[in-house]
Design a protein around this ligand. Structure first.
Ligand code: NAD
Length: 475
C-alpha cells in the first residue's frame, strides 16, 4: 500500500524480509502489508550480532555514540510527516497525535543521548591509601519488547536508553503496529550505527521471549505491555537471574477537588481521556469528584465527550481515531454492559460506531458500584468512570484500592491538598492540574502490579548500567 513501508527485520546491519502475518488498518480493516516471522536461526543471528555489536559500541566513546544517536533523531524529525501517516494507518490515532508521538520520541532520544555522555560514576571518600571508585558500565545486550499502542515512542524509549548507555539491543516490536519500529531503526541505520548494535525482529511474541530471555548473552529484559504477560516474563527473567524493566498496565485515578472549575476540568479531561482513544497505560480513567461539583463535572464531561469528532485519523479534523484492534471493541462492550447491569448511568457513548473499522465513542459512565468490572479491570480504551466522593481521604483510599499503581492525576488549587496527594497516592507518576504523565527528562514507571524499573530521566538510563565498585589500595 502506498504510504506504508515494507516491513522487514533488521539483523546485523541488514534488512531481511520473510513471510508472516497481515498488518490490518483499524480504520477500515484493509490489509496494509505483511509482518515477517523470525525463525530460530534469525534469533540466533540477532543474538550473535548483539554480542558483537556490544563489543564495538561499549568501546565507542560516549561522545561519538551521542553523535550517531542525535543524527538518527535529526533524520526522524525530517521524516516525521511520512512516518506519521504510516503510524495512523497501522494504529489509528489522529495524524497530529502521530506526529506528536514521533516528535516526543525524538525528545526522548535526544535527551538520553545527551545524558549518556554524563553517566558519571562516583569516588567514595575512604581511608588514606585506599580509593573506592564506582564505575557505571553498560549492562550488555538487551532484549526489548514493545507494545502496539505507541509504535514509535515506546521502542524509542528502549532503543535510546540502551544505546545511550553503551548497550546493544534486540527489539521485538509489535506485530500489529510494526512500521513505527521499522522507521525508527531505519533512521539509526542511515545515521551510521555500527552493525549489530540495534536489531529488530518480529514473530510469535511468546516464542521469541521464551527463546531470548534465557540466553546467557542477554543481560537485561525490558517489556511494556499487560500485567499478566509482564508477570510471566518477570518470572522467566528471575529464573535466569536477569534484571528487568517492567512497564505494565495502569488504571489511573483522577481526583477532582471542589476548589476547581468543574466545566474547565471536564474539558481538559476529555482531551486527556480521548488521547489515543484511551489506549494508554497512563490514561485517566477513574474520576473521583468531590460531591459539591460532581453533577456539574459529570454533565460537562458528557457534553464535551459527545462533541468529539471520531473517524479515520488521516482526516486532520478528527479528534479520536478507531481502537487499534477488534479486541478493544469486545472489551469496551463487555465492560459497558456489565456496568449498566450493575446500575451505572451511561452519560455519553456506550455503543460501537458503524460496523467497519474499530470505532468506539468516548463513553462516560457515572455512579459505578465498586464491583463493576470497569472499576477493577484496566479498560485500555475510551471509558471514563465518574464517581462522587465526600472527602480527599476517601478519594485517596479509593484511588489506592486496586493493585495498579502507574499514573495518578489530581486537580486542585490547594497546595495543602497537593501535598497530601503527593504523599498518599500509590503511583509512580502523579500529575497535578494536567494530564502529561512523563516527559523525556523525568523517570516513568509503576509501583505495585504496574511494574518496576524506570524509563526516562537519569533513573531510566541507570537501569541499563551496572554499578561496579573498584576498591584500590595504593602500593
Ligand atoms: P496482551 O496481554 O495480549 O499483549 C500485551 C503486549 O504483550 C502485546 O504487545 C503483545 O505482543 C505482547 N506479548 C504478549 N504475550 C507475550 C509474550 N509471551 N512474550 C512477549 N510479549 C508478549 O494484551 P493486548 O490485548 O495486546 O493489549 C491489551 C492490554 O495490554 C491492556 O489491557 C494493557 O494492560 C496492556 N498494554 C499495556 C501497554 C502499556 O503501555 N503498559 C501497552 C499495550 C498494552
Amino acid at each position: 500500500m502506498a504510504n506504508y513501508p515494507d516491513i522487514e527485520m533488521y539483523i546485523d546491519g541488514h534488512w531481511k524480509a520473510a513471510s508472516g502475518q497481515p498488518v490490518i488498518n483499524p480504520a477500515d480493516e484493509s490489509v496494509l502489508g505483511t509482518v515477517p516471522t523470525a525463525s530460530i536461526a534469525d534469533l540466533d543471528d540477532a543474538l550473535a550480532a548483539a554480542e558483537n555489536g556490544f563489543a564495538v559500541w561499549r568501546n565507542t566513546s560516549p561522545a561519538k555514540r551521542a553523535q550517531v544517536i542525535l543524527k538518527a533523531a535529526a533524520l526522524i524529525r525530517e521524516r516525521v510527516n511520512e512516518m506519521a501517516v504510516a503510524m495512523t494507518l497501522e494504529q489509528g490515532k489522529p495524524i497530529e497525535q502521530a506526529r506528536l508521538e514521533i516528535l516526543r520520541g525524538c525528545d526522548i532520544i535526544e535527551w538520553d543521548a545527551s545524558e549518556g555522555v554524563r553517566l558519571y560514576g562516583r569516588v567514595i571518600p575512604s581511608e588514606p591509601g585506599m580509593r573506592h571508585t564506582v564505575l557505571r558500565q553498560p549492562i550488555g545486550p538487551v532484549a526489548a519488547f514493545s507494545p502496539w499502542n505507541f509504535p514509535m515512542s515506546s521502542p524509542a524509549r528502549k532503543v535510546a536508553g540502551a544505546l545511550s548507555s553503551g548497550c546493544s539491543i534486540i527489539l521485538k516490536a509489535s506485530e500489529e503496529t510494526p512500521a513505527g519500529a521499522v522507521q525508527l531503526v531505519r533512521a539509526f541505520h542511515d545515521a551510521g550505527l555500527p552493525a549489530g548494535v540495534l536489531n529488530l525482529v518480529f514473530g510469535n511474541p511468546a516464542e521469541i521471549s521464551e527463546y531470548l530471555i534465557p540466553q546467557s548473552r542477554i543481560k537485561l529484559i525490558t517489556f511494556t505491555g499487560s500485567i499478566p504477560v509482564g508477570k510471566h516474563l518477570a518470572e522467566m527473567a528471575g529464573r535466569y537471574m536477569k534484571p528487568a524493566i517492567m512497564e505494565l498496565g495502569g488504571h489511573a485515578p483522577v481526583i477532582v477537588c471542589d476548589d476547581v472549575d468543574p466545566a474547565a476540568t471536564a474539558g481538559t479531561s476529555v482531551i486527556g481521556k480521548s488521547r489515543n482513544a484511551g489506549q494508554v497505560c497512563v490514561a485517566p480513567t477513574r474520576f473521583f469528584v468531590q460531591e459539591s461539583i460532581y453533577e456539574h463535572f459529570a454533565q460537562s464531561f458528557a457534553e464535551k465527550a459527545k462533541q468529539l469528532k471520531v473517524g479515520n485519523g488521516l482526516d486532520p479534523s478528527i479528534q479520536m481515531g478507531p481502537l487499534a484492534n477488534a479486541r478493544g471493541i469486545d472489551a469496551m462492550e463487555t465492560l459497558v454492559a456489565d456496568a449498566k447491569a450493575k446500575g451505572a448511568r451511561v452519560l455519553a457513548g456506550g455503543h460501537r460506531i458503524g460496523n467497519r473499522g474499530y470505532f468506539f465513542p468516548l463513553t462516560v459512565l457515572a455512579d459505578l458500584p465498586d464491583d463493576a468490572r470497569a472499576m477493577n479491570e484496566e479498560p485500555f480504551g475510551p471509558l471514563a468512570l465518574v464517581n462522587p466522593v465526600k472527602t480527599l481521604d476517601e478519594a485517596i483510599e479509593k484511588a489506592n484500592c486496586l493493585p495498579y499503581g502507574l499514573a495518578g492525576y489530581a486537580f486542585t488549587r490547594s497546595a495543602g491538598n497537593a501535598d497530601r496527594l503527593a504523599d498518599g497516592l500509590e503511583v509512580g507518576n502523579l500529575s497535578i492540574n494536567h494530564f502529561v504523565a512523563s516527559v523525556a527528562e523525568t523517570p516513568f514507571g509503576g509501583v505495585k502490579d504496574s511494574g518496576y524499573g524506570r524509563e526516562g530521566g537519569t533513573e531510566g538510563l541507570q537501569c541499563y548500567t551496572v554499578a561496579k565498585n573498584v576498591s584500590h589500595k595504593m602500593m
